[in-house]
Structure formats: structure tokens, C-alpha cells
Ligand binder design. Structure first.
Ligand code: GDP
Length: 690
């Protein structure tokens, strides 16, 4: 018979896991009583340990769902808080401390919470029981207790004392039963007294005749009857803690010595007395109630299982799903996408990226050494040694132009191409990884996404220093001399014309923006005229103030200067495009006349050499290591419940997994019930045979 309750409690706990929406529930014993009725003492006597929060003003604020598991193999009794992951606590004062803290975690203004604390106690000495300890009813609200408290406790208790639960109504013998809050509450929900057990505590505090009269009460009859107890824990003596199981022994010894001296409680009196009797009664009643609910429960679980299976079919076509499988599939898809990217991103792509970065540096050098006409203020233009427009006609031996080209070339080779190349490629890879993640299922998982991006950054950073160093080393010879071949020259000439054209377009776009910002072409022209005249000294400006000059505001003049600069830059670039395309620039001999072509050819050489290095040192290494790094870092993240957290970040997967889990749990419960019924039948058959 014990087996039955044990299994039923197990099934009850499984059903709780099925979740809130489950309409199925198996009975439990709920313990109610007003404050100081001796409720805690009774519970502790049943368990055989002191473990409930005590102390002045200590009000239980959360229900405690207590599962007692009879386990003959246990050598030292222990408790577990399954929701907190706290296991095998053999020190019951620690359990008491935990309960006190959990109890205090409910904010004062909320008064009480209906979020239960689950506690399981294993012992060879406890019966299999499922008990729920509820906050004690308060009669008169204390000074510093919120007025709400009384009402909220009542509401919470009402929720739990509904059927099919059994009510353990605790009342003290020294309080008139008519005033027992516990019995009043029970009568409201169980008017015929069919599922209420009355417990009368403090039997030692009333005259024996009166006590016996309460226990055989006819005024408030309960089908399950009353049990009288004296459950005050006897004072501990000596320095040592009570040994395991001693509490119940002491209490029942105490009870025996009292009850046996009063004939009112004798064997023929017909009253139920003692904590041991109470324990037996609880086991018996719980089992009866559970087995009477077995049929209904089974039917309800079957209905729920049918509904769940139906949902599984229509919503997911019965497709199996686990968190592991989801992760594996996501990782697989990602790796495939990465492979596709790897086969599309190689030397030509790096070449292009790096060349574009160097094109910009070439333009910077050209601007610094050849094109710039600084317009710092409105004073006449500074003396300019030669006009760039005259460059093709310049003296071939002019030392000035030789020096300009040499310093520009040298600046280009020494600007830290190694670092630039490694950074440009690493950034491009990182951006592509981010794009791949965005398109993958990981896009819905912020922490996994971060892990992947970090994995990429780590692998890239690992190689960045050696790569840039290696590149620098291989570029060393170019820092002294760059030898350009005729074919390289003609390719440079084609390419740089395009670059210049793009630069020209940009100047023109910037000019357009300026026109718009000042309110039109004409307005901008006016300001530009003024700036030009001032520069040539045709207008004498009496010092520009903060308010501007010549009727133009300071902001407008600034824009005018920018426009003049852009116009001049565009003029020069136009001229240089013509020069590059001209016959002179066809031949390598005229390199001093055509610095654009020469610098472009140099940039190409730098690019090619860098890319050879990047390919081996950075790209191939990344392609080999990144997928492994992602796998191992994600693996770490999935430890300790991480896998479930990961899978349930995607609501679609979470629903899918929940449904499967629910279905599996219901199936498990049904199979357990089936086993139980077989056992029950066999038991009945044996009983019938006797
Ligand atoms: P709760 O507030 O309902 O949980 O009540 P407690 O279990 O804390 O008991 C309140 C007080 O009554 C405590 O001082 C207990 O020692 C005392 N008490 C509990 N049961 C008995 C009993 O059977 N006899 C006597 N004399 N005192 C008891």
C-alpha cells in the first residue's frame, strides 16, 4: 500500500512539471491553522525534525510544498530544494535558514506570494506524504503588519483548500472550536466535512474531559474525524543536538505519559490521540483520496495527451526536435554558409580591397606633393613654384620634380602597409562573418552571436601581428627602389585614370551639396567670386570679423572657400586626367611627368606582395581555425543548462520543445499510472483470494 502513495506522489510531482495549463492534479494535504495554533509544531513532529522558520514576527509568506519520501536506504535524513538546485542537505538548521531567507525574499508590500517553495525530505522514518504548509491565518493584524495581509493570506489559503486536496485543519484545544479559523475556512469549501481532518493541538492545556469532548465533537462533525496531539517539542537538554528521529520519539513519549494517565483517552474512549496516530491517518487518507482520484485523473491525462498529440501533429507534423538537434543543425548550416563564403573570398578579393585602400593613400600623396593650393585665408595666394598644369612641359632633369616623386614613393612604401593590409582584410572578414551570422539561425540568439563574432576576432587577432610584420619584411626592398616594368606601367595608367575620374565625381558631388546648403548655384558663385577676388588682392578686406566680410556671413565665407578649393581641385584633376591619357604618359621614361601612373604601379606591386603573404598567414589560417573555434566556444556556452536556454531563445523552437516535453511527460505519467493500476489489481486479487 505504501508503494501506491509513493508512486502517486511521484506522479503528482510529474504532473506539476507538465505546467500551469494542465487541468489535471492529484490531491495533496494542505495544512491550515491560525497563528500560534501549533501548526509548525505538528508538521515538525510528523517530519521528525525542526526545520520551519521561527521567531518573533515571523510570518510565513509563501506556501511550502513539502514532499516526504520514505527511503529505507537513506542513512542520514536530508532535504532538497529542487528548484534551487540544492541537494542532500543533511543539516536541518541549514534547511531552516534557507526557508527563512526564501520567506523573507517576498517584499513587505506584496504581503504574501503564491509562488511555492518546493522542499523534499528523504528519510527512512517519514511516511510518503505530500503536504503544503500555508501561511497561518492572522486574527488581529499587528501594529506593523499591513492591513492587507489578513485578506491576502485568506485568499491564498482559499486557493489551496479546493478539492481534491485534503485539509488538515489545526485548532488549539484551549480555543473554542467555534472560533477556529481553520475549521471556518474548511467548512466554506467542504461543508459536509468529507475531506477535512481536524487536528486539536495543546491537549495538555485543557482539562481531560474537555479535551476528550472536543475530539468526539458532534457540533462540527468531520467524516475523517479529529486527532488530539501534544506536539510541543520537549526542551533540548545538554550541549548536543537531538539525534535523528528523536523528536518524534520524545513527542510520542510525552503524549503517551499524558494520555495514559487520563482514562478519558483510554482504549475504549473512541477518540483518536497522538502524533503517531495522526501520521498513520494522513497516510491512509491521502492514499484513499489518491486512489479514488486515479480513474478521473487517468481520463483527464488521456484527454490532455490526445490534445497535445493532436497539436504536435497539426503544428509540427510530428517532427521530432531536441535542443541538441537544433544546435547541431544551426551549426551545420552556418558552417556550410561559411564554406561558401570561404570559396568566394580569396586572393582576388583581398587584392581588390587592399588596392582600394592604397588608391586612397596614392591620392593623399598626390594631393600633398602635387595638387594642393592651400587657401587658408582671404589674403593673396602664396607664391607657387610651378603650376602643376605645366608639369608635362617641365625640364626632364628638374631636381625639384625628381625629389617630389621620390619622396611620394618612399612615403607610400613606408606608410605601414603591413598593418594596413592586415587590418583591411581582418575587418572585411569580420564584417562578412557578421553578415553570415545575420543570415543564419544564430541571428535570433544574441549570446551565441556574440560568441561567434568573438571567435572570429580572436582567431584574426592571433595572426594580425605576425602577418603585418611578415608583410613589412617582404616589402623591405621596395623601400629603397621600385622597379616598374612597361606592362605594369600601362596597367597603372589605365587604372589610375579610373581612380582620378572617381575622385573628380566626388568633388562634383561635394560641390553639389555645397550649392544646396547655401541655397543655390548663384549664391555660391557670388561667395566664390568674393573669395577669389580677395585672394588675388583685387579686393582689400579690412580683416575678417566673426560676423563675416563683404556682406557674407562667416559660415557662408567658409563654404565659399570650400567651394573654391573643390573647384580648383576638380580643375587640376581634370587636367591630370588629360595628362595621364596623353602621349607623354604612355611611356615609362616620362615617369616624372606622370606621378599618378607611377604611384599607382607602385601601389599595385605593394598590394600583390602583401596579398601573397595575407593568403598564407591570415586567410588560410582563419579558414582552418575559425569553424573549430566556433564549435568549441559554443560548446562551452552550452554547458550547465546553456543548451536549453539557447534553444528556447527562439520562440518557435521553444514552443516545439515544450510541446514535445509535455507529450513525453504525459506519456510517462500514463505509463506509471498503468503500472500502478496493474499493481493495484494484483493487490486486490491477493486480498480477494484470502
Ligand atoms: P504556529 O504559529 O501555528 O506554527 O504555532 P507553533 O507551532 O509555533 O506553536 C505556537 C506555540 O505553541 C509555541 O510556543 C509552541 O511551543 C506551543 N505549542 C505548540 N504545540 C503545543 C502543545 O501541544 N502543547 C503546548 N503546551 N504548547 C504547544
Amino acid at each position: 500500500m505504501m508503494y501506491m502513495t509513493k508512486m502517486m506522489i511521484e506522479i503528482r510531482n510529474l504532473l506539476q512539471k507538465v505546467g500551469q495549463s494542465s487541468t489535471v492534479s492529484l490531491p495533496s494535504i494542505v495544512v491550515i491553522g491560525s497563528q500560534s495554533s501549533g501548526k509548525s509544531s505538528v508538521l515538525e513532529a510528523i517530519v521528525g525534525h525542526e526545520f520551519l522558520p521561527k521567531g518573533n514576527n515571523m510570518i510565513t509568506r509563501r506556501p511550502i510544498e513539502l514532499t516526504l519520501v520514505n527511503d529505507p536506504k537513506v542513512s542520514a535524513d536530508y532535504g532538497e530544494f529542487p528548484d534551487l538546485g540544492l541537494h542532500r542537505i543533511t543539516d536541518f538548521s541549514l534547511i531552516q535558514k534557507n526557508l527563512t531567507e526564501l520567506n523573507q525574499s517576498v517584499p513587505e508590500r506584496e504581503c504574501v506570494s503564491d509562488d511555492p517553495i518546493r522542499l523534499t525530505i528523504h528519510s527512512p522514518r517519514v511516511p510518503d506524504l505530500s503536504l503544503i504548509d500555508l501561511p497561518g491565518y492572522i486574527q488581529v493584524a499587528g501594529e506593523n503588519q499591513p492591513r492587507e495581509l489578513k485578506r491576502k493570506i485568506s485568499e491564498l489559503c482559499d486557493k489551496y483548500i479546493r478539492g481534491p486536496n485534503i485539509i488538515l485543519a489545526i485548532s488549539a484545544a484551549d480555543v473554542d472550536l467555534a472560533n477556529s479559523t481553520a475549521l471556518q475556512a474548511s467548512r466554506r469549501v467542504d461543508p459536509r466535512g468529507e475531506r477535512t481532518i481536524g487536528v486539536i493541538t495543546k491537549m495538555d492545556l485543557v482539562e481531560p474531559e474537555k479535551g476528550a469532548a472536543i475530539l468526539s465533537d458532534k457540533q462540527y462533525p468531520l467524516r475523517l474525524g479529529y486527532v488530539g496531539v501534544i506536539s510541543r517539542a520537549p526542551q533540548q537538554t545538554g550541549l548536543f543536538k537531538r539525534d535523528t528521529g528523536a523528536l518524534l520519539r520524545q513527542i510520542s513519549k510525552n503524549e503517551k505519559s499524558y494520555f495514559s494517565t487520563h482514562p478519558e483517552f483510554g482504549p475504549d474512549s473512541g477518540v483518536n490521540i497522538g502524533t503517531v496516530t495522526l501520521r498513520k491517518k494522513l497516510m491512509h487518507v491521502l492514499e484513499q483520496q489518491m486512489s479514488s482520484k486515479l480513474q478521473d485523473t487517468t481520463a483527464a491525462i488521456q484527454r490532455e495527451l490526445e490534445e497535445t498529440s493532436y497539436q504536435f501533429k497539426v503544428q509540427y507534423n510530428e517532427e521530432p526536435m531536441t535542443a541538441e538537434a537544433y544546435l547541431a543543425a544551426s551549426l551545420d548550416d552556418f558552417k556550410h554558409a561559411f564554406k561558401r563564403f570561404a570559396s568566394s573570398f580569396g586572393r582576388p578579393q583581398m587584392q581588390q580591397l587592399l588596392k582600394e585602400a592604397l588608391d586612397q593613400r596614392v591620392l593623399d600623396q598626390l594631393a600633398a606633393k602635387y595638387w594642393n593650393k592651400p587657401i587658408e585665408d582671404l589674403s593673396p595666394a602664396p607664391f607657387e613654384p610651378e603650376n602643376i598644369a605645366d608639369l608635362p612641359k617641365a625640364d626632364p632633369d628638374s631636381q625639384f620634380w625628381h625629389m617630389q616623386l621620390d619622396t611620394a614613393t618612399s612615403a607610400l612604401t613606408r606608410l605601414g602597409v603591413g598593418r594596413l593590409a592586415a587590418t583591411v582584410v581582418a575587418n572585411a572578414i569580420q564584417a562578412n562573418v557578421d553578415k553570415l551570422v545575420n543570415k543564419s539561425t544564430f541571428a535570433k540568439h544574441p549570446s551565441a552571436r556574440q560568441v561567434i563574432n568573438e571567435a572570429a576576432a580572436t582567431v584574426l587577432a592571433d595572426r594580425s601581428y605576425t602577418t603585418s610584420d611578415g608583410i613589412e619584411f617582404s616589402l623591405k626592398p621596395y623601400k629603397y627602389e621600385v622597379d616598374i616594368q612597361p606592362q605594369e606601367w600601362s596597367q597603372g595608367r589605365d587604372h589610375v585614370a579610373g581612380v582620378l575620374k572617381m575622385e573628380l565625381d566626388q568633388c562634383q558631388r561635394a560641390m553639389g551639396n555645397l550649392e544646396n546648403s547655401v541655397g543655390g548655384k548663384r549664391k555660391l558663385k557670388e561667395v566664390m567670386n568674393f573669395v577669389d577676388k580677395a585672394r588675388k588682392g583685387e579686393i582689400v578686406v579690412e580683416g575678417e570679423t566673426r560676423n563675416g566680410a563683404g556682406g557674407f556671413s562667416a559660415a557662408l565665407l567658409q563654404k565659399g572657400r570650400e567651394a573654391v578649393f573643390l573647384r580648383d581641385r576638380a580643375d587640376i584633376i581634370n587636367m591630370r586626367i588629360m595628362a595621364v591619357k596623353s602621349r607623354q604618359c604612355k611611356s615609362l621614361e616620362n615617369k616624372y611627368y606622370c606621378p599618378e601612373v607611377f604611384l599607382d604601379a607602385v601601389a599595385t606591386k605593394l598590394t600583390q606582395t602583401s596579398v601573397l603573404f595575407l593568403n598564407v598567414e591570415m586567410l588560410n589560417d582563419f579558414y582552418a581555425r575559425f569553424p573549430r573555434e566556433v564549435e568549441s566556444k559554443l560548446g562551452e556556452q552550452m554547458l550547465g543548462g546553456g543548451l536549453e536556454r539557447f534553444a528556447s531563445e527562439d520562440p518557435r523552437i521553444r514552443r516545439h520543445l515544450d510541446l514535445i516535453r509535455r507529450k513525453e511527460l504525459l506519456e510517462l505519467v500514463l505509463s506509471k499510472i498503468e503500472g500502478l493500476r496493474r499493481f493495484h489489481r494484483a493487490d486486490d486479487d491477493v486480498a480477494g483470494a484470502h
